[in-house]
Design a protein around this ligand. Structure first.
Ligand SMILES: NC(=O)c1ccc[n+]([C@@H]2O[C@H](COP(=O)([O-])OP(=O)(O)OC[C@H]3O[C@@H](n4cnc5c(N)ncnc54)[C@H](OP(=O)(O)O)[C@@H]3O)[C@@H](O)[C@H]2O)c1
Length: 356
């Protein structure tokens, strides 16, 4: 069923057709696919995406490059301060807007129900688009409403908002009716927090964007999310690659552990497939039925990541399964004054550290 096109056919052309028809081309005998999944809204989301956190000066160029090379899923957020650059990158690429899945995230100071639609308008203006395909609530914690994204008291402690994530969720649902947002989801929620959403509102998130990589596999939670019909998008899919985790207090000690891509197991598997270890790490996420959104502003890395959708044999998936160290790198609980991930794995060892 999979067609073997010439390597020069390029991913850009091949990505036009989505799952279940998995287009393909060969790289050293390997089939590179263009997997996509169907969300509970009926919309399609590509398996392979592109993250835009950090390096604002490079985002316009790299977003444009990634799109021209075949990426069709762009992840951004209000708090990254890159929406303008992302919007310009989309325009510069020449790829029609309707062919791209664009997701952004609402930040915690805009969680008051009366602020949500205005915050979406701000994102749309900067992204220079009439709609986003996905709007995520970035974290479950609410901060004091107002222009200050990190409102702190005299002692430097984050000031909480007066509404709850439930209020925000309902307001996000209302924005769908305007057509400005096609689907809504959450990010960095615990299982209990998602259960609360389901029980109290009945609106099932289309997506949960959360930290998942071979060091933090969250097997039970991923299984549960799948049973609920919630698609998982893995952030920091390469694990502790991002220096941010070494520089902040969120995960200082564990972030210094051997990088996932330097694991001997990964190297052995990569050699077998004629791939880089980063490509194997991304392929592991896709072969697990999830989307991955690696970030890179380095041309060769962007191009390499594009060739990360290929089949991994069950034996290799089993080998990677063993690497589950339950190491969570993204945990701003102590800074945000909110016990995040309370019922999930990998919350031991969090250290207090101001990050913003
Ligand atoms: N929802 C949330 O709270 C949340 C949290 C974190 C991240 N995210 C999203 O997820 C995206 C990705 O997360 P992330 O940036 O933390 O982690 P990541 O994508 O796992 O890792 C990024 C790091 O890996 C490097 N890299 C990328 N491709 C590589 C390759 N093929 N070989 C070697 N190194 C490579 C990048 O280098 P260069 O920088 O030099 O290009 C960068 O240092 C973000 O951009 C953002 O969109 C969401």
């Amino acid at each position: 069923m999979a067609c073997f096109a010439a390597r020069t056919a390029g991913v850009a052309v091949l990505r036009k057709s989505f799952f279940p028809t998995r287009s393909a081309f060969t790289t050293r005998g390997l089939v590179t696919r263009a997997t996509s999944y169907t969300l509970n809204t009926g919309a399609k989301i590509p398996a392979l995406g592109f993250g835009t956190f950090q390096d604002p000066d490079s985002q316009e160029e790299t977003v444009s490059l990634a799109l021209r090379k075949g990426i069709r899923l762009i992840d951004t957020a209000r708090v990254y301060n890159v929406e303008k650059q992302v919007g310009k990158g989309i325009k510069k690429s020449g790829i029609p807007r309707e062919d791209i899945f664009v997701g952004t995230k609402l930040w915690c100071n805009d969680y008051h129900p009366e602020d949500v639609e205005r915050a979406v308008d701000d994102s749309l203006r900067d992204l220079d688009t009439h709609y986003v395909d996905l709007l995520l609530m970035h974290y479950p914690c609410t901060f004091k409403r107002g222009a200050d994204r990190f409102p702190r008291d005299a002692e430097g402690r984050m000031i909480r908002g007066e509404t709850t994530f439930m209020d925000t969720w309902k307001a996000m649902g209302e924005v769908i009716k305007t057509g400005k947002v096609k689907a809504i989801g959450v990010s960095n929620f615990s299982k209990g927090e998602i259960q609360t959403l389901l029980e109290k509102t009945g609106t099932v998130p289309a997506v949960h964007q959360m930290e998942v990589h071979p060091y933090l596999q969250q097997k039970e939670f991923n299984k549960w999310l799948k049973e609920q019909g919630i698609h998982v998008v893995q952030f920091s899919p390469l694990g502790n690659m991002n220096d941010f985790y070494r520089q902040t207090g969120w995960s200082k000690e564990i972030a210094h552990m051997k990088r996932v891509i330097d694991q001997p197991t990964m190297k052995e598997i990569a050699e077998k497939y004629g791939k880089s270890t980063a490509q194997v790490v991304l392929a592991w996420g896709i072969n697990s039925g999830r989307s991955v959104i690696p970030k890179s502003v380095v041309d060769w890395q962007v191009k390499q990541n594009l060739e990360s959708d290929f089949e991994l044999q069950p034996a290799d998936m089993a080998q990677i399964s063993i690497l589950d160290a339950k190491a969570r790198f993204n945990d701003p609980s102590l800074d945000y004054e909110w016990r995040l991930y309370s019922d999930l794995e990998g919350i031991d060892g969090t250290v207090k550290g101001r990050t913003h």
